[in-house]
Ligand binder design. Structure first.
Ligand code: 1DF
Ligand code: MN
Length: 353
């Protein structure tokens, strides 16, 4: 049985946003997480960040050649973190439109190789709803990218509900992607070099997803679909304890902000949440996640260009799962979730099991 490898967390940065970031980095009082992350990727002269910042801004030949070399047939593109979520509302709207136009153009040019997610400026919810609807209905984008917190705010706040409502109504999955932790959380991570992808990303994003669960977002929007990378930002490993402790504290009425839910925390992982393997090409962890959330909810991602590691494709081709499941992992889970149009014929990015 053959399959097309569909990579689902693939980053793009419009040059216009890179220019804004460089300007922001020069301002006094810049967000420490932003400075740590984008100060490194945009200013360091080391080889890795130089390569990353070139690849990030390309949606053409270099990206396609890298996909070919790694055996990736189709990439779901999204605006790199922190995307619009560090910008003021006017600039956030402007960059969202630029990113959406640019990604949609790449998808029109190579519909066989690219799909994309819409970016929005979250702080202005009415305009975010309009841009999400335009992105999905007019530009053919397949979901919404949310680069975790919005200046220290989380999607369980009512001000963001119109965006969640629109995503649910459109059937558009929200990819909850990491960002460096906000000022209120970053200090003990930053001084040990743990604020970024090594750990801080996962702590902050896992907490964000957990907030959505325990604050009842999935009871309010039962059809909402959330995709989370890095095999669920460690939460699958916690599910037993989350269920147990959540039950205890709700029964004891310990917290005003921790109320009864319609389902156990773990059950939302089998109804509303999908996982990708970005940055976690590690068979024992993938096999564990598949066991606890179900094989139809775990799918492949590369995290290009940040983790462009073709050998990780080789490792995931060798997962100890059936040929049918390997095809779901690489191709059909993503096609079904995002509603992708991935050609099943053609030479690009195919594997055989
Ligand atoms: C890194 C990792 C950077 C991921 C990313 O965007 C990113 C990194 C700035 O390694 O610094 O998306 N990631 O998702 O793991
Ligand atoms: Mn990523």
């Amino acid at each position: 049985m053959s399959y097309v490898r569909v990579a689902t967390e693939e980053a793009y940065a419009p040059p216009e946003m890179v220019a804004m970031y460089l300007e922001l980095l020069d301002q006094p009082g810049v967000d420490p997480g932003f400075e740590s992350l984008m100060g490194f990727y945009l200013r360091s002269e080391a080889e890795k960040p130089r390569t990353v910042r070139r690849r990030l801004q390309d949606l053409g030949e270099e990206r396609l050649a890298d996909m070919d070399a790694a055996g990736v047939g189709h990439a779901v593109l999204s605006l790199t973190t922190p995307g619009t979520q560090i910008l003021d509302p006017a600039r956030a709207r402007e960059i969202a439109v630029i990113a959406n136009e640019r990604i949609a153009e790449a998808c029109r040019r190579r519909p066989d190789r690219f799909s994309g997610l819409a970016a929005v400026g979250f702080e202005d919810a009415p305009s975010a709803v309009a841009e999400l609807e335009r992105g999905v209905k007019e530009l053919g984008l397949k979901g919404l990218i949310c680069n975790s917190h919005i200046k220290g705010h989380y999607l369980d706040e009512e001000r963001f509900f119109p965006i969640l409502e629109a995503a649910e109504a459109l059937g558009a999955p929200i990819y909850l992607h990491p960002q460096t932790p906000p000022p209120a959380m970053i200090k003990p991570l930053l001084d040990a070099g743990l604020d970024g992808a090594i750990f801080g990303f996962g702590v902050e994003t896992g907490m964000h997803l957990l907030r959505l669960i325990v604050r009842g977002v999935f009871d309010r929007f039962p059809g909402l679909k959330v995709v989370v990378g890095h095999l669920g930002e460690a939460l699958p490993y916690w599910l037993y304890r989350l269920d147990y402790m959540h039950g205890v504290q709700v029964r004891a009425k310990r917290y005003a902000g921790s109320r009864p839910l319609e389902l156990k925390p773990s059950e939302y992982f089998r109804r509303n949440i999908w996982l990708t393997t970005s940055g976690m090409a590690w068979a024992p962890a993938i096999m564990f996640c598949r066991e606890v959330v179900g094989a139809d909810r775990v799918m492949y991602a590369m995290d290009y260009p940040y983790q462009y590691a073709p050998e990780e494709v080789v490792a995931q081709d060798a997962l100890p799962i059936s040929p049918d499941e390997l095809r779901r992992f690489y191709q059909t889970n993503a096609v079904d979730l995002f509603g992708l149009d991935v050609p099943s014929q053609g030479p690009c990015g195919r594997g055989r099991s």
